[in-house]
Design a protein around this ligand. Structure first.
Ligand code: AKG
Ligand code: FE2
Length: 278
């Protein structure tokens, strides 16, 4: 007797991801798990609401920092998110490799903000590509592609501060950058992309919004009373050309992780986080 388990992602979803450059993975976490992480992240806000100097706070969007300059939250409580098996299965399918690395782990808390602003966006439309800023040209090889995105730990209804994307925008970026030398340098290194129409990605607590690394995107104002709580992750192949991910041996010891972090890691997590080689 064979047990049929549903695939992590259907062929239709794979096709839509490559056509649109983004995709919502529904229910990557259960609602209970999502609630747990939402609570954990909200609890980072000091009870007296004094926002630490080293956090970012723009337009109702608070970005906690673990320490000045360190936006990654990879303490034992957060390790399960980095090694989420469903998300890993999705990423292996899209990146066509099992040997992946994960990084980022930064957080965002977006509260209701009634500012009268002409734009729905609270950031310039931009890319966060895998290719360093001082490199002149993208390679456009499969190995170069990174897929990132965010977990929503709360329901994100329309105008609820959802991330904005440009459907098919990754292909527009590739077309423009392939057409000229110095394609990585266009639009102020792709930090300020104008004249593209964006749409808000809504979702439910536990969803993960996948984005191609060449997807133009921006944060938006939250007009609703429900505070958006999110975490950002990025997956790359271990043969990625720019080596922006942590690799075994980059940092001393178990790639810089302490006993408590290591105790929270599964064998898969140890590989994704560069403790063990693939
Ligand atoms: O918070 C968001 O929805 C997007 C944030 C973002 O893209 C960034 O900070 O680079
Ligand atoms: Fe971004």
């Amino acid at each position: 007797m064979s047990v049929i388990t549903p695939p992590a992602i259907t062929q239709d979803e794979v096709d839509r991801f490559w056509a649109d450059g983004f995709l919502v993975v529904r229910g990557a976490l259960s609602r209970q798990e999502a609630d747990h992480f939402a609570e954990l992240i909200r609890a980072l806000l000091p009870g007296d609401l004094r926002i630490p100097d080293h956090w970012q706070a723009f337009d109702g969007r608070f970005k906690p920092f673990q320490a000045p300059g360190v936006q990654t939250f990879d303490g034992p409580d957060f390790i399960p998110l980095f090694q989420n098996e469903r998300l890993y299965a999705v990423m292996t399918r899209l990146l066509r490799s099992h040997r992946l690395l994960v990084r980022d782990g930064s957080l965002a808390i977006t509260m209701r903000n009634d500012t009268a602003h002409a734009s729905e966006l609270s950031q310039q439309v931009h890319l966060d590509p895998a290719v360093p800023e001082d490199v002149d040209d993208f390679l456009f090889t499969p190995e170069e592609i990174e897929i990132g995105g965010c977990f929503y730990f709360t329901d994100v209804a329309p105008h609820g501060g959802g991330i904005h994307v440009v459907p098919g925008g990754h292909r527009l970026v590739e077309e423009a950058a392939r057409g000229v030398p110095g394609g990585r340098q266009l639009h102020d290194k792709w930090r300020n992309i104008t004249d593209l129409e964006t749409v808000e990605v809504t979702g439910s607590a536990g969803d993960f919004v996948l984005m191609h690394h060449l997807m133009p995107h921006a944060a938006s104002h939250n007009r609703n009373s429900t505070t958006r709580v999110a975490q950002f992750l990025r997956y790359s192949r271990d043969d990625a050309p720019w080596g922006m991910g942590e690799r075994p041996g980059d940092r001393p010891g178990a790639n810089g992780f302490d006993e408590a972090q290591l105790a929270a890691m599964t064998p898969l997590g140890r590989k994704l986080l560069g403790v063990d080689p693939w």
